[in-house]
Design a protein. Sequence first.
Length: 318
Amino acid sequence: MDYTKLTDFATKDALLSGNPSKLLRGTELDAEFGAIVTAVATKTDDSAAAITGGTIDGTAITGGTIDGTVIGGVTPAATTVSSLTDSGNLTFTGTANRITGDFSNATVANRVMFQTSTVNGPTAISAIPNGTGVQSQIALYSGSDVNNSNVGDIVANNAEVRFRSIAVGTATAVPMTFYTDGSERMRLSTAGALGLGGANYGTAGQVLQSNGAASAPIWTDVVGIGIGQTLQTMTGSRALGTTYYNTTGKPIEIYVRTTYGAGSNVLTLTVGAGAKIHSGNGSYESFSKISSVVPVGVAYSVTLTSGTAALVDWMELR
C-alpha cells in the first residue's frame, strides 16, 4: 500500500510559540513511523514488477498477473505462468479437478504431452496405489459424461492384469478390437466370440487355421475323419463293380460285407489310381468283409475278383 503522511509538520512551524499544537508529540512520531513501516512492508523491491489486483502477503491473488517476481507462501486462485517447476508433490484439493490443455492439435508436435526431463531418456507413465493398496487402474472414457460412457481400462492388482471393455450408465457395451498397420486384425465380441479381420466369427465347428507368418489365420472346416460325420447305410445305392467318387469334401471310410458262394471268394477294394485291398474268405466263413479310408475327391470301388457273392451291407462314414 502507499505511504500517506499522518501529521502536517509544516503547519506546526507556522503556529505561535505557546500554542499546544506546535508541540511534536511522541504519539505522532510513533504513528508516522508505523505508517512508513507498513508502506515499506507491502511494496516490492523489483522496479520491473507489474502486480495487478489482489495482495501478496499470504493471501490469494485473484485476477492478477505477476511477471518477474517469485511468490512465496501464496495460493493463487487464478494466474498464468509460462513455466512451472515443482520440486515436491503436486496435490489437488477438492473434487472434479481436470488437467486441461491442447491434447488434440492437428499438428501432433504441438499437442500437450508427457515427456521425461532426463536428456535422451525414455518416458514411462506410471500409476501406483497408496499405502497398502494393491491395485492401479487406467480408464479411458468414450464421452465427457463419465457416468454414461463406454470405458476401456487396464487394471493391475496382486492377482491379475485385466483388460476390459465395459459400459456404464446408459452406454452399450462394445467389442474389443486389435489393429496393425491401420487395419483391424482381430476382435472379441461382447459375448466373447473371436472375430478375424472384423466381425468374422466363423461358423460352429470351424477351427482356426494358421497361414504362417505371411498372412493372417482363417476359419476353416475340420476335415478329420469322423468329425461332423455319421455312419450311413448306402446298400441301396451301391453295387459291386461300380466306381464311385468321394465328393463330400472330407475323407470318408467305407465298410462292405458280402455273402459267399461255393468254395471261396475274393473282394478287391480299389482306392484312387491303383491302390488295392484284397479280402477273401474260406468255406468255413459266412461273409467276406473289406474296408478302407477314401481321401477327398478320390474314386473307389469294390469288385468281386474271385468266386460268387452277393452284397449284404455297404456302410459309409461320411
